[in-house]
Design a protein around this ligand. Structure first.
Ligand code: PLP
Length: 450
């Protein structure tokens, strides 16, 4: 018989029922399997820490989003936001599902082409496209979303000497009741700048205005903000119809749908407060079909949803490195997952669960990552059971942004595996080695000997 581990007695207020101001009931089951595959097995095989992505969850979430919009509007197209997660395997799942690509840099643009996406189905957003990027996009008939006048004039210049007519949309920023307002991208609606840009484009017959775009922000918790955005873009489209008899091909609403994660400081769980795809779709399409646009030329509705489509499919598995007490007696736990691998822990209270059975005793705990950096905290304060060194944990809903915003700081980045729909495991990114890191370095001759 194994000796039971000593647990320091603590007094805990008992709360029953729904979540309340004392928090939420701690889940009592161990998180031992991801789709019938043992967490322990995954960690033993691929090392700790480890990212795991569920193909089934990606496809199911995507179908749900697609159904919500397609049942409410006849012309819907999704474009996968590369920066949210640009692993080739992940992008290809979205492309198989029919998504176009939405990119914000020359590097992402190249990645989309390399993944086999037709140039005509790449949307090129972002404030930093180089002349070479624009030339490439024009040559491939990609959809260029203009961010500012300087970019617009560069496109005018390129259009003069180009065989292809550049296909452009403008990005519009606007007040939708979401603050702080994202007014650094695109042309403003309220002060007339967007209409000004549209008029300049329409006076140039060497380029074609194909769409209107906005991306009002991220983790938008009120679906009505999208109705406001649609109304304002539709107003511009109506202006185009009236003044130029010009019908745009699409209205692109960007991304920003909230995932089910819980924001730090939120009173209730994200699962209870975030709108569903149906709610977003209802608000958006209500506004669109009632906007008075010409029905013969109904614009396609493009969505560039990122986090809401991928967050739920990602898990981060790790190991407890140590337990300790802080100077004031608080309990602290150090795990091998830090801010370097879980950048989103800066704004989310990520759900973290033990991967093996544990006792019901919980204590207020601070969970630290492995970095030599004071801000490397994954959870400032969470009611957590007592785990021992070597025990494993699972962090859920981490599929968005963590595999692109990760930092190669102090530690190297771990492997990523995909569990396919038949529950087969595929390594989709090798863990980094010292060789990965130094392969781009060069040591000057005089420093070769030490
Ligand atoms: C980041 C981004 C997206 C995706 O945003 P989410 O909030 O993850 O849905 C879509 N469009 C543009 C232009 C973006 O910059």
């Amino acid at each position: 018989m194994t000796k039971t581990q000593y647990e320091r007695p603590v007094i805990t207020k008992i709360n029953t029922g729904m979540s309340n101001k004392f928090g939420v009931r701690v889940k009592t089951d161990a998180f031992t399997h991801i789709e019938n595959i043992s967490v322990k097995y995954l960690l033993e095989t691929y090392g700790s820490p480890l990212y795991v992505i569920s193909e089934r969850t990606i496809r199911e979430t995507f179908s749900e989003a697609k159904r919500a919009f397609q049942t409410r509007y006849p012309k819907v197209q999704f474009a996968w936001s590369y920066k949210t997660n640009y692993l080739d395997a992940v992008c290809k799942i979205f492309h198989q599902e029919g998504s176009w690509a939405e990119v914000v840099s020359g590097f992402e643009y190249e990645k989309a082409l390399r993944n086999g996406v037709d140039g005509k189905q790449i949307i090129f957003n972002g404030p930093s496209k180089s002349v070479e990027d624009l030339e490439k996009a024009i040559k491939n008939d990609s959809l260029i979303h203009v961010d500012h006048f300087d970019e617009l004039y560069t496109i005018f210049e390129l259009a003069e000497k180009s065989e292809n007519k550049p296909k452009i949309a403008i990005r519009v920023n606007m007040n939708t009741g979401i603050y702080p307002m994202w007014d650094r991208f695109g042309f403003n609606y309220e002060n007339g700048e967007a209409w000004n840009a549209i008029n300049r484009i329409m006076l140039n017959n060497k380029i074609e205005l194909v769409g209107l775009h906005t991306h009002i922000g991220t983790y938008i918790m009120v679906s009505s903000a999208y109705a406001v955005a649609v109304a304002k873009l539709a107003d511009l489209a109506l202006g185009l119809e009236q003044k130029f008899k010009h019908y745009i091909k699409y209205i692109d609403l960007g991304g920003g749908f909230a995932s089910k994660n819980t924001l730090k400081g939120a009173y209730l769980q994200g699962t209870d407060t975030c709108p569903s795809f149906d709610e977003y779709a209802q608000a958006t399409t209500d506004a669109l079909i009632n906007a008075g646009l010409n029905v013969e030329h109904l614009p396609m509705l493009i969505l560039e949803s990122g986090r809401a489509l991928i967050d739920d499919s990602g898990y981060l598995l790790g190991t407890v490195l140590a337990n300790k007490r802080l100077a004031d007696g608080r309990k602290a736990m150090i795990i091998d997952i830090g801010l370097n691998l879980l950048f989103t822990s800066l704004w989310y209270d990520h759900k973290i669960e033990p991967a093996q059975p544990f006792s019901q005793q919980t204590e207020e705990t601070t969970i630290y990552g492995p970095l030599c950096m004071n801000i490397d905290v994954i959870r400032e304060s969470v009611k957590f059971p007592i785990l021992k060194k070597g025990d494993n944990v699972v962090i859920s809903r981490i599929g968005a942004y963590n595999m692109t915003q990760w930092l190669q700081f102090i530690k190297m980045r771990p492997a990523i595996v995909l569990i396919d729909e038949k529950e087969k495991i595929h390594l989709i990114r090798e863990k980094e080695t010292l060789e990965t890191i130094v392969s781009n370095e060069k040591v000057p001759e005089h420093l070769t000997k030490i």
